[in-house]
Design a protein around this ligand. Structure first.
Ligand code: CA
Length: 225
């Protein structure tokens, strides 16, 4: 996977490069916004990592200009904690995700892999099951128009269930997809999270969407009957 990183702080740029290269990514780095934009236009990348504050063209301008040119390359923005408005503007401009500094390199890797997976399939940013919707870009979840706040882990669990409605996911599959590690059969981690998710998604609704398949795992109903 080939990634362009546009970041003017050399220490951060080199930390990202080393981390990504160690995972087998091919990485180009630009320290100036104009150089970054020129590279993004001239070479094919699977994803871009754009800092917002840059000398020359800033990260949001690069993103805007690329989208104006109909580029659909996945973009992850790097933002400072204080840059809430920039973050929202970035998502509106078509950024796929963002990370707030400081971050662990593992987070960036996970998000790059996620945006790459999404961009090769259908670019659906909205998952919909019955009256439940999950927006992968704004990370908003609603049931019957009511907004539901989820933790990142709960969101990921719901995302995996909603990606294959009607299909039973075993506890082992859920654990590997949501927690990325091998399942300890004695652990009730998955069940605990499913119960939490159920309280948020199903408790106020006339028809529950999350079903327990005894001895196997869980699934989300594909339709409400
Ligand atoms: Ca910067």
């Amino acid at each position: 996977m080939k990634v362009l990183v546009v970041e003017d702080e050399k220490k951060i740029a080199s930390f990202i490069r080393k981390g990504l290269e160690a995972q087998g990514f091919v990485v180009d780095v630009a320290h100036h916004g104009d150089d970054g934009y020129a590279l993004a236009l001239s070479r094919p990348y699977h994803a871009l990592v754009l800092d917002i504050m840059l000398p020359g063209r800033d990260g949001l301008s690069i993103l805007r200009n690329l989208r104006e040119r109909r580029s659909t390359v996945p973009v992850i923005l790097l933002t400072a904690r204080s840059e809430l408005n920039e973050r929202l503007e970035g998502l509106n401009l078509g950024a796929d995700d963002y990370l707030t500094k400081p971050f662990y390199i593992e987070e960036l890797i996970a998000r790059l892999q996620a945006v790459a997976r999404r961009s090769t399939g259908t670019p659906a940013s909205l998952l919909e099951v019955a009256d439940l919707t999950l927006n992968l870009i704004t990370r908003e979840v609603q049931r019957a128009g009511r907004r539901i706040d989820l933790t990142p882990r709960e969101f990921s669990l719901l995302e995996h269930l909603m990606r294959s409605p009607g299909r039973v996911l075993t506890r082992i599959q859920i654990c590997e997809q949501v927690w990325s590690y091998h399942f300890d059969p004695g652990s009730n981690l998955v069940d605990v999270y499913v119960q939490r998710l159920r309280r948020k998604i199903d408790s106020d609704a006339p028809v529950p969407l999350i079903e327990t398949i005894r001895g196997v795992g869980y699934r989300i109903r594909s339709v409400i009957r």
